[in-house]
Design a protein around this ligand. Structure first.
Ligand SMILES: CC(=O)N[C@H]1[C@@H](OP(=O)(O)OP(=O)(O)OC[C@H]2O[C@@H](n3ccc(=O)[nH]c3=O)[C@H](O)[C@@H]2O)O[C@H](CO)[C@@H](O)[C@@H]1O
Ligand SMILES: C=C(OP(=O)(O)O)C(=O)O
Length: 428
């Protein structure tokens, strides 16, 4: 087991290439189940969520070939094998095996997913969608059982705007008989990416990127080749790190439109930004002004950047208020940032960050992926050395983070934990 060490205070400069989007990758891979021949996806990020999903595709009989960041999945020999336990529990997106296997085999058994604990993360809207399409759904001993004689298109109104439910229903509906309409659908770029792959496979989907998606089911789907979109949350994390510690940092392979809500806030804080093609220059000038943010569904400010943004606000000139309307309990970074000298209060559902504060290096624990990102940003800013444990969360979503930060001038490395540290970590 390893920990990450960061010696803070080093200025960041240079260029960092943004990897393929985790939240696309984790849906594109299960989507490949629906094809009847090879699906090749280019630009996948080398992260543990992708590895886990690739293992799960093999568990159900697929073959998966890697060639650098290109993956070719051959689904021809896949079977409707139950996956009630094991690797499905390691990540959130294993729930996409429900929609994809239901679409292909008309049945599936999938253990309830893991992933970051951000407070309760129900999947009632996924299930409502599957039932509307004609599936019988039961929850037996922590696994979801789905069976359908046939899937029939339906009109489905989502009670909450959900990325996962929108994609999952889309995965099943592309193989249903007739027309499905998803109303109050989510509009995240990853949903468009998945719909693009499905369309290349022969699916008939209209309206993605709006809140009404119309799908005409088809008899079969074929293989295709697809290039993934860049990761807007990874891009946002580096943009935040650059705003905190950057001289001039250039993000390469970024779709700036996908992070417009973050860029607007960085501009308000006084950070100079320049966009050119698929590159973004981030150059902070002078003290940062405090701002308030409210996380919302896309195109609003993403909840996945709330935690690293909290760290940035500790450096700003006065008080900033953060309201996470998607996951109000996404607060596991706060106590750890307080250990680093941050002045943060949580009141009435809001995170109130008082700045400016000089953060101090400390021993801290990443309890979820973006809490990890928050601690890395804080570690870069802090005086002295910060030791971060819980790296398995960070490895779910950030490709080569040590190399990328080192190339930008940070002093960051990984070390094996001692047996004593492992014991302390496990008891904490
Ligand atoms: C793998 C993946 O893509 N993960 C992302 C996805 O998670 P995920 O797809 O799980 O998140 P959702 O968009 O579904 O959740 C949005 C909100 O809806 C609620 N909800 C969701 C489904 C449901 O059936 N019932 C329900 O009440 C959730 O509790 C949450 O408050 O979107 C989140 C919100 O942008 C991001 O933080 C995650 O990084
Ligand atoms: C919450 C996240 O991921 P997941 O939904 O996979 O747990 C995230 O990417 O910030």
């Amino acid at each position: 087991m390893e920990k990450m060490l960061i010696e803070g205070g080093h200025e960041l400069s240079g260029q960092v290439r943004i990897s393929g989007a985790k939240n696309s990758a984790v849906a594109l891979l299960p989507a490949s189940i629906l094809a009847d021949s090879q699906v090749t996806i280019e630009g996948l990020p080398n992260i543990s969520d992708v590895e886990t999903l690739s293992d799960l595709l093999e568990e159900i009989g697929g073959t998966v070939e890697w060639n650098d960041r290109t993956i070719t999945v051959n689904p021809e020999k896949m079977v409707d094998m139950p996956l009630p336990n094991g690797k499905v529990k390691k990540l959130r997106a294993s729930y996409y095996f429900m929609g994809a296997m239901l679409g292909k085999f008309k049945k599936a058994v999938i253990g309830l997913p893991g992933g970051c604990y951000l407070g309760p993360r129900p999947i009632d809207q996924h299930i409502k969608g599957f039932e509307a399409l004609g599936a019988e759904v039961t929850n037996e001993q922590g696994a979801i059982y789905l069976r359908a004689k046939e899937l029939r298109g339906a009109r489905i109104y989502l009670d909450v705007v959900s990325v996962g439910a929108t994609i999952n229903i889309m995965l099943a509906a592309v193989r249903a008989k007739g027309k499905t309409i998803i109303e109050n659908a989510a509009k995240e770029p990853e949903i468009i990416d998945v719909a693009t792959l499905l369309t290349n496979m022969g699916a008939k989907i209209k309206g993605v990127g709006t809140d009404v998606i119309r799908i005409e089911g088809v008899e079969s789907l074929h293989g295709c080749r697809h290039t993934i979109i860049p990761d807007r949350i990874e891009a946002g994390t580096y943009a935040i790190a650059a705003a905190a510690m950057g001289k001039e940092v250039v993000l390469d392979n970024v779709i700036t439109r996908h992070i417009e809500s973050l860029l607007a806030k960085l501009r308000e804080m006084g950070v100079r930004l320049e966009e050119k093609d698929d590159q973004l220059l981030i150059a902070p000038r002078g003290p940062l002004k405090s701002v308030d943010i409210k996380t919302l569904v896309y195109p609003g400010f993403p909840t996945d950047l709330q935690q690293p943004f909290t760290s940035l606000l500790t450096k700003a000139d006065s008080t900033g208020v953060i309201t996470d309307t998607i996951y109000s309990a996404r607060l596991k970074h706060i106590d750890e940032l307080r250990r680093m000298n941050a002045m943060i209060k949580v009141e009435g559902g809001s995170i109130i960050v008082s700045g400016p504060v000089k953060l101090q290096g400390a021993k801290v624990k990443a309890s979820d992926l973006r809490a990890g990102a928050a601690l890395i940003v804080a570690g870069l800013m802090a005086e002295g050395v910060t030791e971060i444990t819980g790296l398995e969360h960070i490895d779910r979503g950030y490709e080569n983070i040590i190399e990328k930060l080192t190339n930008l001038g940070a002093n960051v490395w990984r070390e094996e934990m001692t047996p004593n540290e492992i014991k302390q970590f496990q008891n904490s």
